[in-house]
Design a protein around this ligand. Sequence first.
Ligand code: MG
Length: 269
Amino acid sequence: MIIKKSPEEIEKMVAAGAIQAAALDLVAAKIRPGVSTEELDGAAERFIRSQGATPTFKGYRGFPGSICASPNSMVVHGIPGRYRLQRGDILSVDIGVTLDGWVADAARTFPVGDVSPLAENLLSVTEQALYAGVEQCRAGNRMGDVSHAIQRVAEGAGLSIVRSLVGHGVGKSMHEDPQVPNYGRAGKGPLLEEGMVLAIEPMTTAGRASVRVAGDGWAIFSQDDSLAAHFEFTVAITGEGPRILTPWHVAARERGSGPARREAATPAG
Ligand code: MG
């Protein structure tokens, strides 16, 4: 069952999303060679709690961290730990924030210093795929329009879509209906309606699409150890079109950490 949100409820999610985006930007500012992922986790948790919110992931099905920190060939769900970032790494950071019972969920993959052209392309294309999906989050469209737009951008540039992981509805729970696959056929699937709120989150690799679960039961790696990326927004479908509730791209642009060449693809909101 898809739970639609009223305009008042969406405003509550906007408030959660503002803290989420600020937390992601706080982590962005701390990313450098030598920093450990548990240090990033601690900083994010302190910030989120200082805002009167809670880190949604902490304790979720026993997850020990406040953020997911997934370096290099790890796609998602990395438990923060002693790993120290190295120059040339990429790091996917996923953060959930709950404020007054409403959840905001978003992620971004960061370069650690200068990265290879392969990694740069992976990040750039996956972010573009996210924006292409967001652009289709309009009442009257079908879910397949979102899925297909993401797939077209990512696969069109030679990336693989991790098909076993999907986006989702979000609201008072982190995971609600419907599922949001990152591949599909335009014009197919559930009808999109005003008031739906979706976590749009392409997960890609520079190699093949298959993945494996690590021994800790959480981290998901690309099966072939190719580099992986994850970009995510929480997006509301409104009468005025898609509205990004977790605007980390705005903070990134203001700090100059978002490549200017991608701004043309950035939807309003
Ligand atoms: Mg997420």
